[in-house]
Design a protein. Structure first.
Ligand SMILES: *Cc1c(COP(=O)(O)O)cnc(C)c1O
Length: 513
């Protein structure tokens, strides 16, 4: 699917809906009065898709046409591929809708929205056990569009700080590198590439899908700006051992910061494993990101970036923006954005409190454990840890069987036909022989829904078992055709077969998150 759309050539464009009109002639449809949507001419015409139409369309017709098209998207509640929030209470939905027209960056005009962001930063920083000594270390933070932006900011801060140090020492500051697991989310590859930082990977193995702390610290050299540790990898949901990395750095007297990518785990671990030291309790952890729109329980897009103290957020990166009269320090990649998501985060934190978050996360953990047990009974191999040791998700694969002609991708497609989106993945480099499926247990995935899914998994397996090899081959061809639906336009030729990413080089499937 393309997010970067390529503009069609004119000879490919056929748009009956865009009739040319002379600027002085009457607008063609002015006299038409539509009394019903499906009786109007628009219902019988192709919707404009390449050229902006000259004429107008009645609002109820436009709205109905778009709604009807979107109804063919998947049902977000059945999308078990994503960590991103699909349920919020009506009360806050209404407030968020009312806030659509507020531009968050306009601090002068909307000082209360800015104040609400600052309250969120304070609460989240404390949840992550930040230092709060005004005469010593005192945490800083900002809202972002999501963890990706927060990770870009964290990476920039580490790079700039390293460069400043190298310049002060009169040393080469042109070849920065960063150490991370090959199972990182794609935004880390982007951050490194966009900001000219060499990627140094600790590779997964057939049995280890998290970073090896020793290997990570061994990779650190004088050009290393930092180590990324993931609190909840996207494949198996395991928490990387941040403390082991921290302790090795301390033990060896290495001056290298850690950034924790807590995109998913940041709102889970503090409630399920409060004693797990992964955050600012560890002296080498200088910055943390978390997605408000994952287990922070807010609709997309909101994320948070936090720094241990201003020392780790170099001055050159922060701009004092005097916007419409008020001065406000700003460290973001973009300028304007809606205020609704930040407000939504504040609602969730004061509405639920720690007790509310804990009871939700406990339920999700129980449901994930139940699902693991049931899938195990069906013969699946469970790859996630369960029992609250990692994220509330279930990663699993089919048992090894050389005679079986179908794989995880085939099972995923069968489930898709029942409306469930349960993705299949190829694991990260050096473990790419492994394929797996993953169900993310989100707030609105109750035990009842879990039971429905389990029944459908059983049916899918029975179905596939009943097919002979020829039928499976036919079915897989059908799957490929389905994916290449002509209406879902393909990537422009220039970007096809991209070979510079971990996915391009090793066939790693980037987890949907
Ligand atoms: C989701 C995720 C990201 C990207 O976060 P967004 O909020 O989607 O930008 C980065 N890292 C990890 C570990 C994730 O799970």
């Amino acid at each position: 699917m393309v997010h970067l759309a390529s503009v069609k050539n004119d000879d490919e464009v056929f748009d009956p809906a865009s009739r040319k009109i002379d600027s002085l002639s009457p607008i063609p449809d002015e006299s038409e009065i539509y009394t019903n949507v499906y009786g109007s001419r628009f219902a019988a015409e192709h919707l404009p898709d390449h050229v902006m139409p000259e004429g107008e369309m009645p609002r109820q017709v436009a709205a109905r046409m778009i709604r009807d098209e979107l109804s063919l998207d998947g049902n977000p509640k059945l999308n078990l591929a994503s960590f991103v929030t699909t349920y919020m209470e009506d009360e806050i939905e209404e407030i968020m809708t009312d806030s659509f027209s507020k531009n968050f960056i306009d601090y002068e005009e909307y000082p209360h929205s800015a104040e609400i962001q600052n309250r969120c930063v304070n609460m989240i920083a404390r949840l992550f056990n930040c230092p709060t000594d005004p005469n010593g270390e005192n945490a800083m933070g900002t809202s972002t569009i999501g963890s990706s932006e927060a990770i870009m900011l964290g990476t920039l801060a580490m790079k700039k700080r390293w460069q400043n140090k190298r310049k002060a020492e009169g040393k080469d500051w042109t070849r920065p590198n960063i150490v991370m697991n090959s199972a990182v989310q794609v935004c880390w590859e982007k951050a490194a590439r966009y900001f000219d930082i060499e990627e140094k990977y600790v590779y997964c193995t057939e049995s280890r899908f998290v970073i090896d702390p020793q290997q990570a610290v061994d990779l650190v050299d004088e050009n290393t700006i930092g180590i990324c540790a993931i609190l909840g990898t996207t494949y198996t949901g395991e928490y990387e051992d941040v403390k082991a990395i921290n302790d090795l750095l301390v033990e060896r007297g290495i001056d290298c910061p850690i950034h924790v990518d807590a995109a998913s785990g940041g709102f889970v671990a503090p409630f399920i494993q409060p004693d797990l030291a992964w955050d600012f309790r560890l002296e080498k952890v200088v910055s943390i990101n978390v997605s408000g729109h994952k287990y922070g329980l807010v609709y997309p897009g909101v994320g948070w970036a936090l720094w241990r103290s201003p020392e780790y957020l170099p001055k050159e990166l922060v701009f004092n923006i005097n916007y419409l009269g008020a001065d406000q320090a700003s460290f973001t990649l973009n300028f304007s954005k809606g205020a609704s998501q930040v407000i939504g985060q504040y609602y969730q934190m004061i509405r639920l409190g720690k007790h509310g978050y804990r009871s939700i996360m406990v339920n999700l953990t129980r449901i994930a454990d139940y699902m693991s047990d049931q899938l195990k009974q069906m013969g699946m191999i469970i790859m996630s840890q369960g029992k609250g040791k990692g994220l509330p998700l279930v990663a699993f694969r089919l048992p090894p069987n050389p005679d079986r002609v179908y794989d995880e991708f085939t099972v995923a497609h069968q489930l898709r036909e029942r409306g469930w989106v349960v993705p299949a993945y190829t694991m990260a480099p050096h473990s790419e022989k492994l394929q797996m499926m993953r169900v993310v247990v989100r707030e609105d995935f109750s035990m009842n829904r879990c039971d429905s899914l389990l029944i459908d998994v059983k049916l899918a397996l029975q179905n596939l078992e009943s097919m002979d090899e020829a039928m499976i081959t036919k079915y897989q061809a059908h799957m490929r055709n389905h994916r290449a639906h002509p209406r879902h336009k393909q990537t422009h030729a220039q970007y096809q077969g991209e070979k510079h990413s971990l996915q391009g080089q090793h066939g790693k499937t980037h987890g949907v998150c």
